[in-house]
Design a binder for this molecule. Structure first.
Ligand SMILES: [Zn+2]
Length: 112
């Protein structure tokens, strides 16, 4: 028995519990097939890699890698729509990194 929509609809409408169990077993066998998981893991890694490449362009590698990992091609679109992060020089007084929209250093309070 195959695990496809047409077969499943036919089995559900037949009302035969034995056939329904066979269909359930067929669908679990599809889910347990390792080649499906290899494809899914490979696709997820490619999505994260493309996200990282977009992030490298946008100066936000971690953010865009996570977006690509979690959302795939939708995450790429979000990454491309987000504004490019401008890297700022570290604080003149303490040398700690600063955020884009900060007016004062978060570590020592010096105006930026
Ligand atoms: Zn500082």
């Amino acid at each position: 028995m195959n695990c496809d929509i047409a077969t499943l609809m036919q089995v559900l409408q037949s009302g035969d519990p034995d056939e329904q169990l066979q269909a359930l077993d067929a669908c679990f066998a599809v889910l347990a097939d390792p080649s499906l998981w290899y494809w899914l893991i490979g696709f997820t890694l490619v999505c994260a890699l493309v996200g990282a490449l977009i992030g490298r362009y946008k100066n936000a590698v971690v953010r865009d890698t996570l977006l690509g990992l979690a959302l795939g091609p939708i995450g790429w679109g979000i990454s491309l729509l987000l504004p490019k992060t401008v890297s700022r020089p570290p604080c003149r007084a303490c040398g700690k990194p600063t955020e884009t929209n900060d007016k004062f250093c978060r570590h020592c309070g010096t105006p930026l």
